[in-house]
Design a protein around this ligand. Structure first.
Ligand SMILES: [Zn+2]
Length: 185
């Protein structure tokens, strides 16, 4: 009995350590920040767009919309792994990518894809082009961009609409303040 218990304990111990190690690795990966829409400047988005409400079916807008001419290049915001690309009625052509610090970067309403899934890419690599697919159809072309943390930051939750989700969603506008292209505008 003791032996079985010991083995189980040891197994748990190792997996917890491994998990901690994996989590730490995610925080050690460099996170340079690039503007996801090439050439976009602060005038190309509304600074109050994050958590704007009311916002259609989703209630609040959990990202930012960067307006640009259809076909403008979209690049990886930081170093990332392309996890998924697909099409759905709301988001149109969209991409999910995992970046440093266990953050999921989400790109929607793309006109075209320029990247495969399961590839690791550096910041600034072309992944698609700006469009108006999905429920942006008939509207001005833009990139819907949002960032979700897999690790929740509970202290960021508040009493606003769906405020508990702020533990997961980062304000991409603040994030892009660290972008080289954004500085000095
Ligand atoms: Zn949007």
């Amino acid at each position: 009995m003791f032996k079985v218990y010991f083995i189980k304990y040891k197994f748990l111990n190792i997996s917890l350590l491994t998990l901690c190690f994996i989590i730490v690795i995610g925080f050690l990966i460099p996170e340079p920040v690039y503007m996801p829409v090439v050439g976009a400047k602060a005038k190309d988005w509304n600074k109050d767009t994050f958590w704007y409400e009311p916002w259609g079916k989703s209630g609040v807008h959990k990202g930012m919309d960067i307006f640009a001419k259809k076909g403008t290049a979209i690049v990886s915001t930081t170093n990332m792994i392309i996890l998924y690309k697909g099409i759905k009625p709301t988001a149109g052509k969209h991409i999910y990518a995992l970046g440093p610090k266990w953050r999921i970067h989400y790109y929607a309403h793309l006109d075209s894809f320029n990247i495969n899934t399961n590839v690791i890419i550096k910041a600034g690599i072309k992944i698609g082009t700006v469009g108006n697919t999905g429920n942006a159809s008939g509207k001005q072309a833009h990139l819907h961009y949002s960032i979700m943390s897999i690790i929740p930051f509970f202290w960021k939750a508040d009493n606003n609409t769906q405020g508990f989700k702020k533990a997961f969603y980062l304000n991409p506008i603040k994030y892009l303040d660290y972008s080289k292209e954004h500085l000095g505008q």
